[in-house]
Structures are given as C-alpha cells and as structure tokens.
Design a binder for this molecule. Sequence first.
Ligand code: ZN
Ligand code: ZN
Length: 406
Amino acid sequence: MQRFRRFRGHTIPIPLLSWKHRRFCPTCIREEPFHRSIWDLSIVSACPRHNCLLNFQCDACGRSLEWRGDHLWECACGHAFTSAQVKPTAPAELLGTRFVFGLLDEPGFVDAASPSGSVPPFADLRVVESLGLLHTLTLERAIYERKSKIAGAIEPPHVVLTGALLACSEWPTQIPGFLGLKRPSKTRPLSRWLESLSDAKAGIRESILAAFDDAQTSAIQERGPLISLEEAARLLKTPERRLRHAESLFRALGQRAGSRGFLSPSLVQKLAAADERLLTSAEGAQLLGVSQQSFIAMADAGLLMNVKGKASGRGTMFALSEVKRLLDDVQSRVTVAPAEPGVRLIRIGASSSPALNGRKTVRVVQALLDQELLCAGIDPDANGLQRYLLDSREVTSFLRTKGLSQ
Ligand SMILES: [Zn+2]
Ligand SMILES: [Zn+2]
C-alpha cells in the first residue's frame, strides 16, 4: 500500500518527500530565514534561484540537519547556517529542478514547466504523476549507473533529474536509452510507477513498454541475434562438440562464447570467412598423412598455423585452408629427381627406419620446401604428404647433419 501526504495542495506518495533530514540553500535563508517546503521533495537537491546545491549537512561538524533544536539556522556545534558554504552549479544542470519548481507553481518558475508541461508525457499526467515519473526515472537511472559502472563518477542527483527531463522530451523513445535499454523488472521503480497509473493512462504504459521492445529489437538488429552452437556448427560444417571445446578459438578472435553456448553471428561469420572448415589436430594429421604427434610438431614449428597462432594446446583447432596451403606449398616447391634403381624409398609418416615422425617430419618437410632434399618419386594415390617418396639414404644422412639420427 502506497502512503500519501498532503503537500502544497497535492496528495503525494510519501517516497517522493524527504523530511527526515532538512536541507537548505544558504543564500535563500540569508535572504529570508525560513524553510522552503519545495526543498522537501526528494528529487530537489539544488536551488535554481541561486544556482547552487542545497546543503545537506553542517560544513563545520558534518552533522546531518535535523528538525530538532532551538535554532533552525544554527547547528548544535554553533555553526551558523547562513554563513554555510555555497556550492555553485551550472544553470544548464538545473533544467530538471526548474521544471519541478514550475510543476508546483513555485513563484518565479511557473513558466519553467509550461512549454514542456504542455507536451507528452506531462500534458497527459497530473502534477503528482509527473513528479512520480521524474522521481522514478532518476531512481532507475541511478540503478543503471551503479550496475553498469558508467565511466566516471555517478552523476549528482540534480544532473540526473535534468537528464530524466530531457529523456522525456522525445517521449518515449529516449527513455530506454536513458535507462540502459533493458525493460526494468517488475519490482523496479518504473514498473511500480506504471502500475500506479489509472487505466485511463494505459496508453502511456503501453507506449513506454513498446519503446523498450523497439529499443531491444533495434539493439538486436545492430548486434544480430545470437545463434546457438548447434546452428553455428552447421554453418561452419564442424561438429558442435568441437566448437564447445574450442575455447582457444574464441580467445583467438577476442570473444567469448555466450554463457549459454550462444555465439554472435559476426563471430561465426569471422570463423566461416577465416576457415571454411575447422579441424582438430587428429583430422589435420589424417589429411596430411602424418601422425598426430608429427602434425602438432609441425604446427609448433610454424609450418602450419593453428587458429590461435600460438603453441597448440588442448582444443586447438586448425583451418582446413591452412592444411591445404601446406600441401600446395610442398607440391609447388618439391623437386623430383628419380632415384637410382635399387634404392629403398620411404615416405613421410613412416614408422620404420628411418622413422619420419615428430621433429624429423618437421625437418624433412622444411627441407622439401627449401629444396634441400629432393623427392625421389611421387605416389599419386597416397594421402597428403605420404605421396612424396624419398631416398632413405639421403634422408638418413640429412637427418644426421641435423643431429636427428636414430
Ligand atoms: Zn536559494
Ligand atoms: Zn555543525
């Protein structure tokens, strides 16, 4: 149940008022030492007559201002509030406060509310509802600022109030942006304010909720809807479980997979453009016709780039295009010099003497690329690098010069 107080001819919900602690404008009380009731509105934190902030506590002792005590304008510590420090503020920051003064027919400010007061949403709201809206927007904005840790300090209340008024100026399209786009949950001030509106004001409720939906939709259109791993796997022609384990891949692209396994389409597009297909080291090894150990050794030696561009680890993935590139490089650079009859021929990936695995494969492939080793023949039916036949004696002596003999 909302509780109310009579306030300057209006029935105002108690949360909109702040009586517990007194606040004042030092210049106002110097001019005339009485308390101005408008200072009791929670959203009023400045004096637009003197373009300064209200004082909430004693400059001398830091005590907050109570209503108790014999002297309203003298602190318990003896400090005279009429000589309190004035904290000036820019008039532009007080647009919201001036508007509130105008809403309550504060002398000298009636015009401040009239041009804006005659346009939506204020034209359709009673004074109390308008105050409630501004109060709600400042509370919501404060929640958003705290949550998002917007760069710099949290804005002072009178600046937030001006922001809230300006956000209302193109009602209601600016409200979602002002409050961080996401529709506030049921328990939050804005939802409560919307619920407090009578059914006659249902249009206002609908228009603001629609604005949040529109903002969400356009934010999604900008970012694109997230797509599931399943969908991404289909687009990338790679098994889903592989994407799930390919953490290095996401790190390589400077992005994280969504917490619930959703990816942004731009990430998937990047993956699809970078690699027409992603391979595990086992698959890459199979395509090259070498052992997985040799494949990883080749990747670590820089013959093959993995998608991370760094040392291979668990889950590291390789682009099919990169594996094909290596095969093409070897094919275009290898020099074939048929071996003499009777020479024993071996292949890359051989497991018998001289075994061509691991670091030896790396050396031999590099030597083929550098034309340091000649190819003794080509077996067009063999798989990947296994098609290159080598003279076993040449290979043995080459490996010996590299300190890699058995
Ligand atoms: Zn003042
Ligand atoms: Zn004091």
